[in-house]
Design a protein around this ligand. Sequence first.
Ligand code: FAD
Length: 441
Amino acid sequence: MPSVIVIGGGLAGLAAAAALGSAGFQVDLFEARGFLGGRATSFPVSPGDEDTELIDNCQHVLLRCCVNLMDFYTRLGVADRIHFYREFYFLEPGGRISTLARGPLPAPLHLTSSFLRMRCLGAADKLAIARAMMALMRERNRRTDLDRITMLDWLREKKQTPRAIERFWRQVLVSAVNEELDRMAALHGFQVFWLGMLARADCYEMGIPQVPLRELYSADAWRKAGDVRIHGRAPVERIVFRDGAAIGVESGGAIRQADYYIPAVPFERLGALAPELGIDITNFEHSPITGIHVWFDRQVTDLPHAALLDRTIQWMFNKCEGRYLQFVVSASRGLIGMARAEVIEMAVREAADFFPMIEHAKVERASVIKELRATYSARPGMEAARPDTRTCASNVFLAGDWTRSGWPATMEGAVRSGYRAAEAVSAASGRPARFLLPDIA
Ligand SMILES: Cc1cc2nc3c(=O)[nH]c(=O)nc-3n(C[C@H](O)[C@H](O)[C@H](O)COP(=O)(O)OP(=O)(O)OC[C@H]3O[C@@H](n4cnc5c(N)ncnc54)[C@H](O)[C@@H]3O)c2cc1C
């Protein structure tokens, strides 16, 4: 069978390796770090201590509509480690809860009854949102300007109330796309709401891994994925080209060869690895995400997760018995210049507005992880700038959440890009195989 070298052990590279490995290709995956998962990974809280717990760099969530990501987890035999929640909790300062959950009506009306009961929105907000949802369903296949306007432009065009924008659209979309409404292309907002809320009655269910992310890609799991050899702490310095095709990769001073190559590295790394590909990344910018982990000396909530309204912290995830909480801030440019202690103080102070028990609790320890390069910024015009998997080299195929996967930069987007690259390799080798599952609608 043909051989393939995959560069990068994030979800894009792992998905390409799992797909090709299970189709019989001989795969060698080179990862620069000593562990897998890339931006969706975990690390020890106290690196020197053997018994230390693993924490995720940041809570990663998926929705039921992430069919390729679930397919990837199934290939590794870990799909049962993802727990799906059917209820979304929106919390106002003061602690009042509005719950969004599926009711008796079929899609796209399945969320209607709980939506009408949401106390964090008034009647005028709900009417505006309902009108906009209908417009979104009408316009999603008709409008040609969705990658040219921002989501905020579209919401203003649809005369959304300030509260509907702030407490509903912004609350959902900034976390899903990791960008502010006035910087995000409307295209992505449409996709999130269509696939993630309206298309099917269960598509909105939120999946949360029940183990640290790194455990999803353990050596045990890879035994199920065919002939895949993983090389950790093996950065690839460059891809070597001759006559318009790759002839090897240089790693640790040695040249390794294969029939096909899949660079699955972030956009800012590709230029150094393979300038010969001439991929233009000048328009790409990063958007940061900050995760704030706080361990209290007692239980402060029994909710499993919640969207936190009207504050800087946007989501709470209950990581352990209501004592270890993780707060997430997407598109967190405002936190970049703040000191770690300031960020923790702000998060705990704001969290106390939602969870009054925090007033009586002590913070035992806390950790702040600012991922400055969390995703590319999904601004208008970027969809056209995302490169396809095919390159000018006949045996090199790109993967990565920033390539044109059909999805924003997410775990699903990364896996889709890996599957697309794997399909391109299989087609080029004369053994065409399908790996990519279609969207649910
Ligand atoms: C804080 C945070 C929170 C997020 N939350 C969510 C979420 O809730 N839901 C969601 O769907 N998505 C989320 N995302 C986005 C998601 O993590 C990414 O879109 C996805 O993991 C990207 O995968 P990737 O394989 O494209 O890239 P990466 O994960 O960046 O993988 C690239 C890999 O290549 C390796 N590499 C780089 N250069 C070389 C080299 N020269 N040689 C060998 N290896 C190399 C890197 O070490 C890395 O492991 C979040 C991201 C962050 C940072």
